[in-house]
Structure formats: structure tokens, C-alpha cells
Write a protein that binds this ligand. Structure first.
Ligand SMILES: [Zn+2]
Length: 182
């Protein structure tokens, strides 16, 4: 080995050491736990945007394309409930919000593409729910109707980024109020 190649090798080793924790982190972020829903709430300017990541099982009890008429009907009902997102996410009235665009992603239900690969044999139902508000920054809570509307979810892990700061909150069934403030 030429002495000049040593710095390159040590550089590659350093890169490998740095890359490993990132790969592990990426796996953890895509972990899919039945009963759990992740919400990212961003209050920015006049908008409140809620990003939801959930196992499809939480809503339908299965994680594949619906097969029977009953399963198809159940899936259609879930999609309709989530599209009526102002019934599911009831934002602090002081913010005066109106529901804007809703995007649902669940390849198993023929809805767009999910972010990241689902674990083998599993499927997600993810969504983006946007609200337009006259006083978004004043919002201090959202009443979340996911537990009452669906039997599957048991826990919600939420992150909130608002002009009032960044917050992490965990809600366990049957708690509904996701609250934050300074
Ligand atoms: Zn699953």
C-alpha cells in the first residue's frame, strides 16, 4: 500500500462511522406501530398544516387492498371521514380556521404514494390536512377526533411548530385535546 492512500482510507472509515447512525435513524423514523399515529402540526403565517402518518390498520383493520364489498365500503367510509378533516381536527376557534386542501396517501387504497417504503406486509394511510386561518398564530390547541372516529388508534405522538415555540405531545385514548402554549 502506498503511504499516500492512507488519508483516503481513514476518510472512508470516518464516513462509514458517520453514515451508520443515520441509517439506523432512518429505519426508526419509518417504524410502523399499530395503534400509533404521528402528527406534525405546523402553524405558519395564515395556515395550519397537519401531516399525519399512520398504519392503515388503525383505520380499516387490514393492510392491503380491500377485497370484499364490506371492506371496500369500510375503506370508502374512512376516506370520506378523513376528507371531512374539520370534523376530525377541530382547531382552537380563536384561530378562525377553514379547511383547505386535503391529500391522502395510501397505495393499498389506490391513493397516491406513501413516503418511504412500508415494512413488508404492512401499509400506511398518510395525509396532509391544510387549514387557512385569520389568526393561526393564536391557536393553542386542536381537539383531535381520531380516537372517537376510529377504533384502532390508541396513541398519538405529535410535534407542534408554531410562533409560540416547538412542542412535543403524546395523547392516549380517550384524550382529545392537543394543547400547547408558552
Ligand atoms: Zn402494519
Amino acid at each position: 500500500m502506498k503511504p499516500t492512500s492512507r488519508p483516503l482510507i481513514s476518510l472512508l472509515l470516518t464516513a462509514a462511522v458517520i453514515a451508520t447512525p443515520l441509517a439506523v435513524l432512518a429505519q426508526v423514523q419509518h417504524a410502523h406501530v399499530h395503534g400509533q399515529i404521528k402528527l406534525d402540526v405546523v402553524v405558519d403565517g395564515p395556515t395550519v398544516v397537519i401531516e399525519m402518518e399512520s398504519p392503515l390498520d388503525n383505520f380499516t383493520g387490514f393492510e392491503r387492498a380491500p377485497r370484499t364489498d364490506a371492506e371496500k365500503k369500510a375503506a370508502e367510509t374512512v376516506v370520506a371521514q378523513l376528507r371531512a378533516a374539520d370534523q376530525i381536527f377541530r382547531i382552537d376557534p380563536v384561530a378562525n380556521c377553514k379547511l383547505g386542501p386535503v391529500t391522502l396517501r395510501s397505495p393499498a387504497l389506490g391513493l397516491g404514494e406513501a413516503e418511504g417504503a412500508s415494512p413488508e406486509g404492512h401499509a400506511d394511510l398518510d395525509g396532509t390536512f391544510a387549514f387557512n386561518c385569520t389568526n393561526a398564530g393564536a391557536a393553542k390547541f386542536i381537539d383531535i377526533g381520531l380516537f372517537s372516529a376510529f377504533k384502532g388508534p390508541r396513541q398519538i405522538e405529535a410535534q407542534i411548530a408554531s410562533p409560540q415555540g416547538q412542542f412535543k405531545r403524546s395523547l392516549k385514548r380517550p384524550a382529545e385535546r392537543l394543547a400547547w402554549s408558552k
